[in-house]
Design a protein around this ligand. Structure first.
Ligand code: UD1
Ligand code: UDP
Length: 357
């Protein structure tokens, strides 16, 4: 088949890496980078480290308001699709790039394939929830990482073309873990020993656009007696600067620029505990068997909570500190994200789907 793939944001580069590797063994792939993320440490570094093929198109859309950004991607992807006429369009996850790519294809009657379909937070104030619900409803082939995701789709009446293939982020994690062990020098650079620090990431709109929530989170971090590494998304950096919140961050919190994936795996595996509002980092905490505190009221990755490895703390300082105190490694660690062969499973499903028209 001639496939076109739309990626645009950091987690999508990581998801695309294992899938492109397998897909290209038997299919043609046109890779379209929307340019939603563009800083070298938010984009280029992942293409280089993970050997992701060079994009055939870089749409250079950049940042903007939701309508502005989504509209610009929609227009630019449509032009590429008209020119390339792929047999299907592949999208990942829940970003504005995902929705715009899916919509452009659906309007041109190009079947949409959604990897990481069926995830729900049931919180429609999140931009990601709108993006993923709409993308799922215009997809022909829906690849679900978990059983809960399959059930979520069934509740919305989507049962045709739905498959559980496992989580491609687990494939990426397993593939790169050893490389990270041998190549990453990040712990040496920051001068910390494994299990002697906590790792934190913050970037969700709900936590960065509402200074009151960000203040509470930073206040909690400032009270923790263990060194904390905070590789910071540019969006959060900007809010901290604009709102002059630096004073809340205690001396034990070390802000880093965003790091590459191999360094990130090393930081995750070496952390005693992880605090995050990221979807991907919640899962990677589980893969690495590190207790996680989620700085949100709900999660799409409910299995990580059900197994006791993840705690929902929201954004109140007291609740965060309490959850941190309670978070401990669990005796059981069931394989809820598949076997690390989700990309292969996807391509088998794709082949069968293509054969059956
Ligand atoms: C986006 C996704 C989110 C995902 C995240 C992964 C949407 C609506 N949100 O959020 O689901 O979890 O990516 O990281 O699609 N910026 C830079 N340099 C960059 C990219 C962004 O400085 O390379 C800054 C800009 O100020 C920009 C802001 O970050 O306005 C937000 O970027 P944007 O892509 O709109 O959303 P994310 O917060 O990255
Ligand atoms: N990540 C990274 N460097 C960082 C922060 C995150 O490589 O400084 C990786 C992380 O390991 C995970 C992915 O980016 O694979 C998660 O992306 P992000 O948190 O931006 O978005 P989300 O998963 O919440 O959509």
């Amino acid at each position: 088949m001639k496939m076109a793939t739309v990626v645009g944001a950091r987690p999508q580069f990581i998801k695309a890496a294992p899938v492109s590797r397998v897909l290209r063994q038997t299919h043609q792939e046109i890779l379209i980078h929307t340019g939603q993320h563009y800083d070298p440490n938010m984009s280029e570094i992942f293409f280089a480290e993970l050997h992701i093929p060079r994009p055939d198109y870089n749409l250079g859309v950049g940042s903007g308001r939701h309508g502005e950004q989504t509209g610009a991607i929609l227009k630019a992807v449509e032009e590429v699709l008209i020119q390339e006429r792929p047999d299907a369009l592949l999208v990942y996850g829940d970003t504005n790039s995902t929705l715009a790519g899916a919509l452009a294809a659906a309007k041109l009657h190009i079947p949409v394939i959604h990897i990481e379909a069926g995830l729900r937070s049931f919180n429609r104030s999140m931009p990601e929830e709108i993006n993923r619900v709409l993308a799922d409803h215009i997809s022909s082939l829906l690849l679900c990482p978990t059983t809960a995701a399959v059930q979520n789709l069934a509740q919305e009446g989507i049962t045709a073309g739905v498959y559980r293939n496992g989580d491609v982020m687990y494939d990426a994690f397993l593939y790169n873990r050893e490389l990270s062990r041998t190549h990453s020098t990040v712990l040496k650079r920051v001068g910390l020993k494994p299990k002697a620090y906590f790792l934190c990431t913050i970037h969700r709109a709900e936590n960065t656009d509402e200074p009151a929530r960000l203040k509470e989170i930073l206040t909690a971090l400032g009270q923790i007696q263990v060194p904390i590494l905070l590789p910071l998304h540019p969006r959060t950096h900007k809010t901290i600067r604009e709102q002059r919140l630096e004073g809340l961050i205690g001396s034990r919190v070390r802000i880093l620029d965003p790091v590459g994936y191999l360094d990130m795996i090393a930081l995750e595996a070496g952390a005693a505990k992880i605090l995050t509002d990221s979807g991907g980092v919640q899962k990677e905490a589980y893969f690495a068997e590190v207790p996680c505190i989620t700085l949100r009221e709900e999660t799409e990755w409910t299995e990580t909570v059900a197994t006791g490895w993840n705690r929902l703390a929201g954004a109140k300082a007291e609740a965060i500190l309490q959850a941190l105190h309670e978070a401990e490694p669990q005796a059981q660690h069931p394989g809820i994200f598949g076997q690390g062969d989700a990309a292969e499973a996807f391509v088998r499903i794709l082949d069968a789907w293509a054969r059956n028209g």
